[in-house]
Design a protein around this ligand. Structure first.
Ligand SMILES: [Zn+2]
Length: 156
């Protein structure tokens, strides 16, 4: 049994903390297409695989993009799609490697809200800045000893 529940999160898996993300070019392009579709709202999703190599992309709807107070500075994953993606990973033995979201108008750095609402300490946080919409900037972070540090990310 590798997974247990934590308050506010769906799963907490006992796998090693992600220290490096290798993101295949084709999946990177899918991710960017999803984030461009969500623009000017934030887009979000999961990246899964093993040994730091991403093999699956799970775009997830952002609830805050669809409500009346549509936010362009926050995201909240649609819970059913989030659960479905996590169950699919577990069923196929894939590790949750990273959770990504976009910053349509700000730098690719964790916001105060991103830091407060990080429920996946083992996964990397990937942020894609679309401040220059045609020149996306992607950065990865990992949570370690109570703070976020840069995580290696390579497009392969
Ligand atoms: Zn953010």
């Amino acid at each position: 049994m590798c997974c247990k529940r934590l308050p506010g999160s769906l799963f907490f898996c006992g796998a090693l903390t992600v220290t490096m993300i290798n993101l295949p070019q084709a999946i990177y392009e899918q991710l960017l297409a999803h984030l461009q579709d969500c623009y000017p709202a934030e887009g979000c999703g999961f990246l899964a695989g093993s040994n730091g190599l991403v093999s699956h992309h799970y775009p997830i709807a952002n609830l805050l993009a669809a409500n009346l107070l549509a936010s362009i500075t926050a995201y909240q994953m649609e819970p059913a799609a989030q659960l479905e993606a996590l169950l699919d990973m577990e069923a196929h033995g894939r590790q949750l490697l990273a959770i990504y979201h976009s910053h349509p108008h700000s730098p690719a750095e964790p916001s105060a809200r991103d830091r407060q609402q990080w429920y996946y300490p083992e996964a990397a946080m990937i942020i894609v800045s679309l401040a220059e919409r045609q020149r996306p900037l992607i950065r990865a972070y990992r949570y370690q000893a109570g703070r976020f540090t840069h995580c290696s990310l390579a497009i392969v």
